[in-house]
Structures are given as C-alpha cells and as structure tokens.
Design a protein around this ligand. Structure first.
Ligand SMILES: [Zn+2]
Length: 86
C-alpha cells in the first residue's frame, strides 16, 4: 500500500504524529513519529531550509511527507514558542 506524499503528511498531522520541540534562534525543531520510527525534522531559519533525517529526504533531496506534516502543523498551530535560552 502506498500513500501519496501529501496524503501521508495529512495523516501524520491529523493523528498527532507531529511533535513540536520548539524554536531555537530562528530554527524550528520537530519530531515526527511514523510507524516505529522517529524522524528529526528541522527548519533552519538562516537558510530557510527544511531538513529531515529520513532516507527519502537524504537520497532524493526532495521534501518528504515528514517535512510536509510539519508545515501543516505550523499552518494549524502557528509558529512554536521560542525555547528559553540558558
Ligand atoms: Zn522525512
């Protein structure tokens, strides 16, 4: 069974698989729970670049469902609060 990328992203967000870790500087950090795996997704503010450590992202260098799920999360919840420093 194969999900289209966007359908999977929506499913991940709607089943609360996206956990926001917060904002550090201008970067955002998320964890996405998919199956028995946890993916680290981050948005690097200075370069305005999304990163994910899944194979799809690393090999294809394309936006994966985990990054899309985080984007959907931001659409719904807004930007996460900044982490306190120190
Ligand atoms: Zn990914």
């Amino acid at each position: 069974m194969r999900f289209a990328k966007y359908d999977k992203a929506r499913m991940l967000k709607e089943t609360d698989r996206v956990e926001c870790e917060g904002q550090l500087g201008s970067s955002l950090y998320f964890k996405v729970y998919s199956g028995d795996k946890v993916y680290q997704v981050s948005f690097r503010g200075p370069k305005k670049q999304w990163l994910c450590d899944c194979q799809y992202f690393v090999i294809k260098a394309k936006t994966c469902s985990h990054v899309l799920a985080c984007k959907l999360w931001i659409k719904e919840h807004g930007l996460p609060p900044a982490k306190p420093t120190g």
